[in-house]
Design a binder for this molecule. Structure first.
Ligand code: GLY
Length: 352
Protein backbone atom coordinates (compact mmCIF):
# COMPACT_ATOMS: atom_id res chain seq x y z
CA UNK A 1 0.00 0.00 0.00
CA UNK A 2 1.18 3.52 -0.76
CA UNK A 3 0.05 6.86 0.65
CA UNK A 4 0.59 10.17 -1.09
CA UNK A 5 -0.23 13.51 0.51
CA UNK A 6 -1.51 16.41 -1.56
CA UNK A 7 -0.97 19.85 -0.04
CA UNK A 8 -3.23 22.13 -2.06
CA UNK A 9 -5.86 24.62 -0.76
CA UNK A 10 -6.76 21.72 1.47
CA UNK A 11 -4.60 18.71 2.28
CA UNK A 12 -5.65 15.15 1.76
CA UNK A 13 -4.32 11.66 1.33
CA UNK A 14 -4.41 9.42 -1.69
CA UNK A 15 -4.28 5.81 -0.54
CA UNK A 16 -3.34 3.25 -3.19
CA UNK A 17 -3.59 -0.45 -2.46
CA UNK A 18 -5.20 -3.78 -3.24
CA UNK A 19 -8.56 -4.66 -1.71
CA UNK A 20 -9.16 -1.40 0.16
CA UNK A 21 -12.90 -1.08 -0.50
CA UNK A 22 -13.91 -3.56 2.24
CA UNK A 23 -12.30 -1.10 4.69
CA UNK A 24 -13.71 2.03 3.00
CA UNK A 25 -15.66 3.01 6.12
CA UNK A 26 -12.59 3.05 8.36
CA UNK A 27 -10.58 5.10 5.85
CA UNK A 28 -13.45 7.59 5.49
CA UNK A 29 -13.86 7.88 9.25
CA UNK A 30 -10.14 8.60 9.65
CA UNK A 31 -10.16 11.24 6.88
CA UNK A 32 -13.43 12.94 7.87
CA UNK A 33 -12.94 12.91 11.66
CA UNK A 34 -16.40 11.61 12.53
CA UNK A 35 -19.34 9.77 11.01
CA UNK A 36 -22.07 11.55 9.05
CA UNK A 37 -24.51 10.88 6.25
CA UNK A 38 -22.76 9.60 3.10
CA UNK A 39 -24.40 9.85 -0.31
CA UNK A 40 -22.76 7.13 -2.42
CA UNK A 41 -22.81 8.08 -6.10
CA UNK A 42 -22.04 5.31 -8.56
CA UNK A 43 -23.12 4.01 -11.96
CA UNK A 44 -25.04 0.98 -13.14
CA UNK A 45 -21.84 -0.85 -14.17
CA UNK A 46 -20.05 -0.33 -10.87
CA UNK A 47 -23.03 -0.72 -8.52
CA UNK A 48 -23.45 -4.51 -8.93
CA UNK A 49 -19.70 -5.00 -8.39
CA UNK A 50 -18.77 -2.76 -5.46
CA UNK A 51 -21.73 -0.83 -4.03
CA UNK A 52 -22.64 -3.47 -1.42
CA UNK A 53 -19.03 -3.68 -0.23
CA UNK A 54 -18.68 0.09 0.17
CA UNK A 55 -22.12 0.54 1.73
CA UNK A 56 -21.58 -2.27 4.29
CA UNK A 57 -18.18 -0.90 5.21
CA UNK A 58 -19.52 2.65 5.66
CA UNK A 59 -22.50 1.42 7.70
CA UNK A 60 -20.17 -0.81 9.74
CA UNK A 61 -18.06 2.24 10.59
CA UNK A 62 -21.16 4.16 11.72
CA UNK A 63 -22.10 6.17 8.60
CA UNK A 64 -25.71 6.63 7.56
CA UNK A 65 -25.85 5.99 3.77
CA UNK A 66 -28.04 6.82 0.79
CA UNK A 67 -27.23 5.75 -2.78
CA UNK A 68 -27.69 7.35 -6.14
CA UNK A 69 -27.01 5.29 -9.29
CA UNK A 70 -26.56 6.95 -12.69
CA UNK A 71 -26.42 5.30 -16.12
CA UNK A 72 -22.78 4.65 -17.10
CA UNK A 73 -21.18 6.78 -19.80
CA UNK A 74 -20.41 10.37 -20.70
CA UNK A 75 -24.13 11.13 -21.22
CA UNK A 76 -24.48 11.23 -17.42
CA UNK A 77 -22.03 14.12 -17.11
CA UNK A 78 -24.80 16.55 -18.00
CA UNK A 79 -26.43 19.55 -16.39
CA UNK A 80 -29.66 17.51 -16.20
CA UNK A 81 -27.92 14.73 -14.21
CA UNK A 82 -26.34 17.34 -11.97
CA UNK A 83 -29.71 18.89 -11.11
CA UNK A 84 -31.26 15.47 -10.44
CA UNK A 85 -28.37 14.57 -8.16
CA UNK A 86 -28.43 17.77 -6.09
CA UNK A 87 -32.24 17.52 -5.80
CA UNK A 88 -31.70 13.97 -4.46
CA UNK A 89 -29.13 15.26 -1.97
CA UNK A 90 -31.58 17.95 -0.83
CA UNK A 91 -34.49 15.47 -0.54
CA UNK A 92 -32.25 13.30 1.61
CA UNK A 93 -31.36 16.32 3.73
CA UNK A 94 -27.60 16.19 3.33
CA UNK A 95 -26.02 19.01 5.31
CA UNK A 96 -22.67 20.79 5.12
CA UNK A 97 -21.18 18.28 7.53
CA UNK A 98 -22.13 15.33 5.28
CA UNK A 99 -20.17 13.76 2.44
CA UNK A 100 -20.60 12.52 -1.10
CA UNK A 101 -18.66 9.36 -1.99
CA UNK A 102 -17.93 9.08 -5.73
CA UNK A 103 -17.47 5.37 -6.46
CA UNK A 104 -16.60 4.87 -10.12
CA UNK A 105 -14.70 6.26 -13.07
CA UNK A 106 -14.18 9.76 -14.38
CA UNK A 107 -17.85 10.52 -15.07
CA UNK A 108 -18.91 9.63 -11.52
CA UNK A 109 -15.96 11.52 -10.02
CA UNK A 110 -16.41 14.66 -12.09
CA UNK A 111 -20.20 14.80 -11.64
CA UNK A 112 -20.02 13.92 -7.94
CA UNK A 113 -17.24 16.41 -7.33
CA UNK A 114 -19.15 19.21 -9.04
CA UNK A 115 -22.37 18.38 -7.18
CA UNK A 116 -20.34 18.54 -3.93
CA UNK A 117 -18.90 21.91 -4.96
CA UNK A 118 -22.27 23.54 -5.64
CA UNK A 119 -24.66 21.82 -3.20
CA UNK A 120 -25.03 24.12 -0.16
CA UNK A 121 -22.05 26.02 -1.67
CA UNK A 122 -19.81 23.10 -0.95
CA UNK A 123 -19.81 19.84 1.01
CA UNK A 124 -17.02 17.30 1.40
CA UNK A 125 -16.44 14.50 -1.04
CA UNK A 126 -14.37 11.33 -1.27
CA UNK A 127 -13.14 9.79 -4.50
CA UNK A 128 -13.05 6.01 -4.89
CA UNK A 129 -11.80 5.54 -8.45
CA UNK A 130 -12.55 2.21 -10.14
CA UNK A 131 -10.90 2.84 -13.54
CA UNK A 132 -7.23 3.37 -14.31
CA UNK A 133 -8.00 6.73 -15.89
CA UNK A 134 -9.78 7.94 -12.76
CA UNK A 135 -7.03 6.49 -10.52
CA UNK A 136 -4.14 8.27 -12.25
CA UNK A 137 -5.83 11.47 -13.36
CA UNK A 138 -9.41 12.57 -12.76
CA UNK A 139 -9.72 11.63 -9.07
CA UNK A 140 -6.64 13.68 -8.14
CA UNK A 141 -6.36 17.45 -8.06
CA UNK A 142 -9.88 18.73 -7.56
CA UNK A 143 -11.08 19.45 -11.08
CA UNK A 144 -14.81 18.75 -11.21
CA UNK A 145 -17.18 19.39 -14.11
CA UNK A 146 -20.11 18.51 -16.30
CA UNK A 147 -20.35 18.87 -20.08
CA UNK A 148 -22.30 21.52 -21.95
CA UNK A 149 -23.73 21.20 -25.48
CA UNK A 150 -20.75 23.25 -26.70
CA UNK A 151 -18.15 20.86 -25.29
CA UNK A 152 -16.77 18.69 -22.54
CA UNK A 153 -16.09 19.98 -19.00
CA UNK A 154 -17.25 23.51 -19.81
CA UNK A 155 -19.02 24.00 -16.44
CA UNK A 156 -17.16 23.07 -13.29
CA UNK A 157 -15.32 24.07 -10.17
CA UNK A 158 -12.13 23.32 -8.29
CA UNK A 159 -12.85 21.34 -5.13
CA UNK A 160 -10.24 19.12 -3.55
CA UNK A 161 -11.56 15.82 -2.18
CA UNK A 162 -11.13 14.91 1.49
CA UNK A 163 -9.69 11.52 0.55
CA UNK A 164 -8.91 9.47 -2.55
CA UNK A 165 -9.17 5.74 -1.87
CA UNK A 166 -7.73 3.88 -4.85
CA UNK A 167 -8.35 0.13 -4.68
CA UNK A 168 -6.61 -1.19 -7.77
CA UNK A 169 -8.24 -4.62 -7.41
CA UNK A 170 -11.23 -2.92 -9.06
CA UNK A 171 -9.16 -2.66 -12.26
CA UNK A 172 -9.42 -6.46 -12.63
CA UNK A 173 -13.03 -6.13 -13.78
CA UNK A 174 -12.30 -3.54 -16.50
CA UNK A 175 -12.54 -4.48 -20.17
CA UNK A 176 -9.19 -4.35 -22.01
CA UNK A 177 -10.41 -1.22 -23.85
CA UNK A 178 -11.25 0.69 -20.66
CA UNK A 179 -7.94 -0.36 -19.09
CA UNK A 180 -6.09 0.82 -22.22
CA UNK A 181 -7.91 4.16 -21.95
CA UNK A 182 -6.18 4.82 -18.63
CA UNK A 183 -2.83 3.74 -20.11
CA UNK A 184 -2.92 6.83 -22.36
CA UNK A 185 -2.95 9.06 -19.27
CA UNK A 186 -0.16 6.98 -17.69
CA UNK A 187 2.06 7.37 -20.77
CA UNK A 188 1.25 11.09 -20.80
CA UNK A 189 3.04 11.65 -17.46
CA UNK A 190 6.24 10.14 -18.83
CA UNK A 191 6.12 12.26 -21.96
CA UNK A 192 5.43 15.45 -19.98
CA UNK A 193 8.33 15.39 -17.55
CA UNK A 194 9.61 11.96 -16.58
CA UNK A 195 11.82 10.09 -19.07
CA UNK A 196 12.79 7.44 -16.46
CA UNK A 197 9.14 6.65 -15.77
CA UNK A 198 8.43 6.50 -19.52
CA UNK A 199 11.26 3.98 -19.95
CA UNK A 200 9.89 1.87 -17.09
CA UNK A 201 6.59 1.54 -18.99
CA UNK A 202 8.37 -0.54 -21.64
CA UNK A 203 8.15 -3.44 -19.13
CA UNK A 204 4.35 -3.19 -19.25
CA UNK A 205 1.83 -1.34 -17.08
CA UNK A 206 -0.31 -4.07 -15.54
CA UNK A 207 2.57 -6.03 -14.03
CA UNK A 208 3.68 -3.04 -11.94
CA UNK A 209 0.31 -1.42 -11.41
CA UNK A 210 0.78 -0.14 -7.84
CA UNK A 211 4.08 1.55 -8.68
CA UNK A 212 2.66 2.97 -11.90
CA UNK A 213 -0.41 4.48 -10.21
CA UNK A 214 1.70 5.86 -7.36
CA UNK A 215 4.20 7.46 -9.75
CA UNK A 216 1.43 9.12 -11.79
CA UNK A 217 -0.37 10.34 -8.69
CA UNK A 218 2.86 11.71 -7.15
CA UNK A 219 3.67 13.49 -10.41
CA UNK A 220 0.19 15.02 -10.56
CA UNK A 221 0.24 15.93 -6.85
CA UNK A 222 3.51 17.86 -7.40
CA UNK A 223 2.00 19.76 -10.32
CA UNK A 224 -1.26 20.50 -8.49
CA UNK A 225 0.63 21.77 -5.43
CA UNK A 226 2.45 24.28 -7.63
CA UNK A 227 -0.50 25.34 -9.76
CA UNK A 228 -3.80 24.19 -8.28
CA UNK A 229 -5.91 26.59 -10.35
CA UNK A 230 -4.46 25.76 -13.76
CA UNK A 231 -2.78 29.06 -14.55
CA UNK A 232 0.50 27.61 -15.84
CA UNK A 233 2.34 24.37 -15.11
CA UNK A 234 -0.87 22.34 -14.62
CA UNK A 235 -1.76 23.00 -18.26
CA UNK A 236 1.03 20.55 -19.14
CA UNK A 237 -1.39 17.81 -18.05
CA UNK A 238 -3.39 18.67 -21.17
CA UNK A 239 -0.76 17.03 -23.38
CA UNK A 240 -2.67 15.39 -26.24
CA UNK A 241 -5.98 16.74 -24.94
CA UNK A 242 -6.68 19.74 -27.20
CA UNK A 243 -6.51 17.59 -30.32
CA UNK A 244 -7.82 14.59 -28.35
CA UNK A 245 -11.03 16.37 -27.31
CA UNK A 246 -11.53 17.37 -30.96
CA UNK A 247 -11.11 13.73 -32.04
CA UNK A 248 -13.62 12.59 -29.42
CA UNK A 249 -16.12 15.23 -30.56
CA UNK A 250 -15.63 14.54 -34.29
CA UNK A 251 -16.28 10.84 -33.63
CA UNK A 252 -19.45 11.59 -31.60
CA UNK A 253 -17.60 10.01 -28.65
CA UNK A 254 -17.17 6.69 -30.49
CA UNK A 255 -13.43 7.14 -30.03
CA UNK A 256 -12.84 6.94 -26.27
CA UNK A 257 -11.03 9.63 -24.27
CA UNK A 258 -7.86 7.58 -23.79
CA UNK A 259 -7.67 6.56 -27.45
CA UNK A 260 -8.19 10.18 -28.48
CA UNK A 261 -5.48 11.39 -26.09
CA UNK A 262 -3.06 8.77 -27.44
CA UNK A 263 -3.70 9.93 -31.02
CA UNK A 264 -3.52 13.57 -29.86
CA UNK A 265 -0.07 13.00 -28.29
CA UNK A 266 1.17 11.44 -31.51
CA UNK A 267 -0.18 14.35 -33.60
CA UNK A 268 1.52 17.05 -31.50
CA UNK A 269 4.78 15.11 -31.33
CA UNK A 270 4.84 14.43 -35.07
CA UNK A 271 4.17 18.14 -35.69
CA UNK A 272 7.09 18.93 -33.36
CA UNK A 273 9.32 16.54 -35.35
CA UNK A 274 8.31 18.13 -38.64
CA UNK A 275 8.94 21.58 -37.16
CA UNK A 276 12.45 20.46 -36.22
CA UNK A 277 12.01 20.86 -32.46
CA UNK A 278 11.84 17.15 -31.54
CA UNK A 279 13.95 14.22 -32.79
CA UNK A 280 12.18 11.53 -34.82
CA UNK A 281 13.50 8.70 -32.61
CA UNK A 282 11.49 10.14 -29.72
CA UNK A 283 8.32 9.85 -31.81
CA UNK A 284 9.21 6.25 -32.68
CA UNK A 285 9.52 5.44 -28.97
CA UNK A 286 6.18 7.05 -28.23
CA UNK A 287 4.51 5.11 -31.05
CA UNK A 288 5.95 1.86 -29.75
CA UNK A 289 4.83 2.38 -26.13
CA UNK A 290 1.34 3.50 -27.22
CA UNK A 291 0.97 0.47 -29.49
CA UNK A 292 2.11 -1.92 -26.78
CA UNK A 293 -0.62 -0.49 -24.54
CA UNK A 294 -3.09 -1.46 -27.30
CA UNK A 295 -4.02 2.11 -28.08
CA UNK A 296 -4.48 3.64 -31.54
CA UNK A 297 -2.04 6.15 -33.01
CA UNK A 298 -4.01 7.53 -35.97
CA UNK A 299 -7.50 8.69 -36.88
CA UNK A 300 -9.28 9.49 -40.15
CA UNK A 301 -10.28 13.09 -39.38
CA UNK A 302 -8.73 15.94 -41.34
CA UNK A 303 -6.92 18.99 -39.95
CA UNK A 304 -9.75 21.30 -41.00
CA UNK A 305 -12.46 19.55 -38.98
CA UNK A 306 -10.22 18.89 -35.96
CA UNK A 307 -9.09 22.53 -35.84
CA UNK A 308 -12.68 23.78 -36.14
CA UNK A 309 -13.69 21.80 -33.03
CA UNK A 310 -10.43 22.45 -31.14
CA UNK A 311 -10.83 26.22 -31.37
CA UNK A 312 -13.71 26.02 -28.87
CA UNK A 313 -11.29 24.37 -26.41
CA UNK A 314 -11.01 25.85 -22.90
CA UNK A 315 -7.27 26.31 -23.41
CA UNK A 316 -8.05 29.08 -25.91
CA UNK A 317 -7.31 32.57 -24.59
CA UNK A 318 -8.61 35.21 -27.00
CA UNK A 319 -6.93 34.73 -30.36
CA UNK A 320 -4.32 32.27 -29.16
CA UNK A 321 -4.33 28.70 -27.92
CA UNK A 322 -1.82 26.97 -25.64
CA UNK A 323 -0.79 23.55 -26.86
CA UNK A 324 1.50 21.21 -24.99
CA UNK A 325 4.35 20.15 -27.24
CA UNK A 326 7.00 17.51 -26.48
CA UNK A 327 10.52 18.71 -27.33
CA UNK A 328 11.64 15.24 -26.21
CA UNK A 329 10.17 12.48 -24.07
CA UNK A 330 10.22 13.94 -20.56
CA UNK A 331 10.44 17.53 -21.80
CA UNK A 332 7.05 18.90 -22.84
CA UNK A 333 6.43 22.64 -22.89
CA UNK A 334 3.50 25.02 -23.26
CA UNK A 335 3.48 26.32 -26.80
CA UNK A 336 1.23 29.26 -27.61
CA UNK A 337 0.09 29.74 -31.20
CA UNK A 338 -2.45 32.02 -32.86
CA UNK A 339 -5.76 30.20 -33.34
CA UNK A 340 -5.38 30.84 -37.08
CA UNK A 341 -2.28 28.57 -37.11
CA UNK A 342 -3.90 25.59 -35.40
CA UNK A 343 -5.12 23.98 -38.62
CA UNK A 344 -1.60 24.10 -40.09
CA UNK A 345 -0.10 22.70 -36.86
CA UNK A 346 -2.51 19.74 -36.83
CA UNK A 347 -1.90 19.18 -40.57
CA UNK A 348 1.82 18.73 -39.83
CA UNK A 349 0.98 16.16 -37.16
CA UNK A 350 -1.22 13.94 -39.32
CA UNK A 351 0.35 10.83 -40.82
CA UNK A 352 0.25 11.73 -44.54
N1 GLY B 1 -6.78 16.33 -16.04
C1 GLY B 1 -6.00 17.50 -16.07
C2 GLY B 1 -5.92 18.20 -14.76
O1 GLY B 1 -6.37 17.69 -13.75
O2 GLY B 1 -5.43 19.29 -14.71
Amino acid sequence: MKKIKVNASSSYEIIIGEDLLPSAGEYCLRALGKTCKACILTDDNVAPLYLDTVRSSLVGAGFDTVEYIIPHGEGSKSTASLIELVEFMAENRLTRTDVLVALGGGVVGDLGGFASAVYLRGIRFVQMPTTLLAAVDSSVGGKTAVDLRAGKNLMGAFLQPSLVLCDYKTLDTLSPEIFADGCAEVIKYGVINDREFFDSLKKGIKIQIEDVIAACVQNKANIVENDEFDKGQRQLLNLGHTVGHAIEACSDLRISHGSAVAIGMVIVMRAAVRMGICAEVELDELLSVIKSAELPTECDFGAEELAAVATSDKKRAGDSISLVVPYAIGDSRLYKIPVSELRGFIEKGLCR
